[in-house]
Design a binder for this molecule. Structure first.
Ligand SMILES: Nc1nc2c([nH]c(=O)n2[C@@H]2O[C@H](COP(=O)(O)OP(=O)(O)OP(=O)(O)O)[C@@H](O)[C@H]2O)c(=O)[nH]1
Length: 314
């Protein structure tokens, strides 16, 4: 099947994002979209974005940075159409965006986006915009006071996504840790993922659950509501497929590099990681041997960012 390569641009101004409403004669009529369009033969993604923003919105743009790449297959009047959305973002533009093709163009605050109707493939873009590029997983701690102190350090480092993982503790102890620390996490504008079950999640104000790879196969469909985040931990193609089947919002793929936490597992390496991520329409964090200085390399290989225990949990 031929794949249509589409350049998609997230134009940002402080907390706001510029969207266009698709018109009656287009597919996905009356859905909001990030402006963009098909990449023409011989054009780079950057050139396509600059051209589309002049043609559709009358603005000059620059400094486009990659956000996420989304492979998707749409059904168009009974025929399968395969697209690859190359999603980039920028804050750098000149002029006032307006609908040059008669379309409605509007700025929305980022936290209004979940209320709007988008083409289905855009779910991964919304998640990519909401999650940061560093995901801290809790490691060792002596007691609850020590946990809070280490968590404070993570938050003061500006990390916005944290997983509470405490394998030695029972349900009541994990839930208590979540309850005792959730206000500090939310105050810092961060989100808490529980390494646990949907039942645990229901008893807390945590923002989502992170399912271990073996848990993924306990479900045939998404085990929690859309108002919470579903993270899936994976190591191979089979687990990735299952993660998508149960509608995970984002994925951890590991081990990318050798890691002391799982010395028995072979590392994937960046090349295999990038190949696998290319097939995934939601954000994927690289895990295993990750260090802050590898963040750019992770992004170049298609990752949302890096996840780590020892690098972030000091
Ligand atoms: N520009 C843009 N396209 C998107 C988004 N999400 C998404 O699935 N797409 C899909 O990517 C394709 C965009 O192609 P286009 O903008 O050049 O073409 P078009 O509207 O004339 O396409 P059509 O032939 O599907 O009506 C469409 O199939 C569209 O549904 C998005 O946020 N922005």
């Amino acid at each position: 099947m031929d794949v249509l390569d589409i350049a998609v641009g997230v134009l940002r101004c402080e907390e706001e994002i510029c969207l266009s409403l698709r018109q009656k004669h287009q597919s996905h009529a009356d859905h909001w979209e990030f402006p963009g369009g098909k990449i023409e033969a011989g054009e780079s993604i950057d050139e396509a974005l600059k051209r589309e923003f002049i043609e559709e919105l009358g603005v000059q743009t620059d400094n486009w940075q990659p956000l996420i790449e989304i492979p998707w297959v749409y059904d168009k009047k009974g025929e399968e159409v395969s697209v690859r959305l190359h999603v980039y973002q920028t804050y750098d533009f000149d002029g006032t965006p307006h609908g040059k093709e008669g379309q409605l163009v509007r700025w929305f605050n980022q936290n209004e986006l979940r209320e709007l109707t988008f083409p289905q493939a855009n779910q991964g873009i919304l998640t990519a915009l909401e999650l940061g590029d560093r995901y801290a997983i809790s490691g060792r701690f002596a007691d609850s006071e020590d946990f809070s102190a280490r968590l404070d350090k993570v938050l003061s480092d500006g990390i916005k996504l944290i997983q509470l993982r405490a394998k030695g503790l029972d349900e009541a102890e994990v839930l208590k840790l979540a309850q005792d620390n959730i206000d500090a996490i939310h105050k810092a504008g961060a989100k808490l993922m529980l390494n646990g079950t949907p039942e645990w999640l229901a008893q807390t104000r945590a923002d989502g659950i992170q399912l271990a790879s073996n848990q993924l196969f306990e479900y045939d469909s998404r085990p929690i509501g859309k108002d919470k985040l579903l993270g899936a931990s994976t190591h191979n193609a089979e687990e990735l497929t299952q993660a998508l089947k149960i509608d995970a919002d984002f994925i951890l793929l590991s081990p990318v590099l050798p890691t002391a936490t799982h010395p028995d597992m072979d590392a994937l390496g960046w090349e295999a990681f990038a190949e696998m991520v290319k097939e995934i329409p939601v954000p994927v964090f690289a895990l295993g041997g990750m260090k802050t200085e590898l963040l750019n390399q992770a992004k170049l290989n298609g990752a949302q960012g890096i996840a780590a225990i020892s690098e972030f949990w000091k």
